[in-house]
Design a protein around this ligand. Structure first.
Ligand SMILES: NC(=O)c1ccc[n+]([C@@H]2O[C@H](COP(=O)([O-])OP(=O)(O)OC[C@H]3O[C@@H](n4cnc5c(N)ncnc54)[C@H](OP(=O)(O)O)[C@@H]3O)[C@@H](O)[C@H]2O)c1
Length: 336
């Protein structure tokens, strides 16, 4: 293990140069803030304009340009670029979802492969959605089954939109690992939904449902929810930066996914809301249509566990949802 981290306020070894392509989004902002607080030098690559307390550099995500200099001699690259999946999967949106992930990864492979001093570590976004719809058992990296056209009940196969997401994830990782970068260790971040107490985040949507008495189970409530607290996401990223033995796909999810019914109940408890109306699947489909999003985000059962992180000794600050929900609600309410 090589200690790459600088420690709070720059105490310890030297600050790192960390480049975040696509780091202007929800996860990227939290991560950039955290890494900067740890004393590192953070650069976000953005199609901009975007102002932030850290360095921002323009790129178009399509072609090489002056931005490539930010990666020369950098310590770490964390690529988070990708068009939001919170949209209807129209043909145009599908093309954007696909190309913004696979295309940017291809571009970075080309650029990093040609550098004199490439980053020692490259963490590339992926998604926990890559696993099949699972209610029967947990999916870790070693024994988890990747999804695609699986049976989700006695008679029904996974909807085509779910298969699309899985295919994107497979091709994304395929593009990432398809090019050898002998001087750069690669980790694909199979992330579950990352909850942050900020407007616009998925947590905001969940909290609004609870506040407006719609915080009951969604669908049949038996589908599992995989999640990770923003604080643990950031800590796990640092852990991955430090641990040279970790390469390949790593699940970024709290160790205790839980059925949607229990997930919503714990959130209601944390908010102090005794009841909430359930939302049946057909209403979720309808609501998703009018909100221009996809029901997959709620109805697919994601039972993903962080096998490799736990095995390597990572300790979650928020391993269980009730405690995580309480902390997120406390932070949310203290913002008002
Ligand atoms: N949030 C989660 O819970 C979660 C869970 C699993 C996986 N992930 C993955 O993690 C990554 C980051 O998530 P996030 O929630 O931070 O996403 P986000 O808020 O949507 O931000 C992603 C960033 O990607 C950039 N981007 C969008 N379209 C692009 C394009 N066509 N070409 C190049 N860059 C483009 C945007 O930056 P600019 O506009 O500044 O260029 C945007 O800020 C995504 O790839 C996502 O799929 C997230």
């Amino acid at each position: 293990m090589i200690n790459l981290t600088a420690g709070p306020a720059g105490v310890g070894v030297r600050p790192l140069r960390i480049v975040l392509p696509g780091g202007s989004g929800q996860v990227g902002q939290a991560l950039a803030r955290h890494l900067q607080q740890q004393g590192h030098h953070v650069t976000v690559l953005t199609r901009g304009p975007y102002t932030a307390p850290w360095q921002t550099v323009h790129w178009d995500g399509l072609s090489e340009g002056p931005w490539t200099e930010t990666l020369e001699g950098a310590d770490v690259c964390i690529n988070l670029a990708g068009r939001s999946v919170n949209c209807r999967y129209t043909a145009d949106n599908r093309a954007d979802i696909y190309e913004s992930r696979i295309g940017t990864t291809r571009l970075l492979n080309r650029v990093i492969g040609g550098l004199a001093e490439p980053p020692r570590v490259w963490l590339n976004a992926s998604t926990a959605t890559i696993y099949r719809h699972a209610t029967d058992r947990a999916m870790d990296e070693a024994t988890g089954e990747l999804g695609g056209y699986e049976l989700i009940s006695n008679r029904r196969h996974a909807p085509e939109t779910w298969n699309f997401s899985i295919q994107v994830a497979k091709d994304w990782e395929g593009e990432f690992f398809g090019t050898q970068t002998p001087r750069t260790r690669k980790v694909a971040l199979r992330s579950a939904i990352t909850f942050s107490p900020v407007p616009g985040n998925a947590f905001h949507i969940m909290v609004n449902l609870v506040r407006f008495s719609l915080g009951g189970k969604q669908g049949n409530g038996r589908q599992f929810v995989s999640w990770i607290h923003e604080a643990d996401f950031c800590r796990a990223i640092e852990f991955l930066m430090d641990h040279d033995e970790l390469e390949g796909a790593v699940n970024m999810a709290a160790p205790n996914p839980l059925p949607n019914r229990e997930f919503m109940e714990a959130l209601r408890d944390a908010w102090g809301m005794p009841n909430g109306f359930p939302t049946p699947a057909f209403l979720i489909e309808l609501g998703a249509f009018f909100m221009r999003t996809e029901s997959e985000l709620v109805l697919k059962s994601r039972r993903v566990v962080p096998g490799r992180l736990l095995e390597a000794g990572f300790e979650f600050e928020f391993p269980t949802w009730p405690e995580a929900a309480e902390d997120l609600v406390r932070q949310w309410k203290s913002r008002d």
